[in-house]
Ligand binder design. Sequence first.
Ligand SMILES: [Zn+2]
Length: 174
Amino acid sequence: MIDGDTFVDADGRKIRLLAIDTPEKGEPYYEEAKDELKRIIDDRRLRFEFGSESNDRYGRLLAFVFADDSIFVNARLLEEGLGRAYFFEENMLESPYADRLCQSQKVALHAGRKIWSLEKPRAETRYFGNPHTLRFHRPSCNSVERSDTTSLLRSTNRDYFLEQCYSPCRNCKP
Ligand SMILES: [Zn+2]
């Protein structure tokens, strides 16, 4: 067991849960996410569906994981508020599981579960979302200033982007 979104399977392969991010070591709910992943997958038969690019740059296999065929592990962690959706490429929206993952994040977000109960970043009066990168930004972010703003989605509501599985930009941290 490594953390909330990575584990070693019975064949010794390193599996990274696709399309989600769980808290890093030192962040709130890191231990909870790790323990929960272990609890969900232990002693269960696992089935993997690999993404279009199955290996990441750390040599991990990126996968949607199903436990006993009944539990969609990636979505379960989102639904419990122990991770956030992380769609790193536009074509992930075409995945048959995209809606399910967004729905799971939405449920946790609106219920204020775990990571969604933490203090929110300083609010903006509007946000910009890039439909190609699936990231959203503060208006002052370099990525917004560099973009043709007509190609960006805008909303006064941060949740609007989170509900669609956009991730907060790592630079401007909206
Ligand atoms: Zn940004």
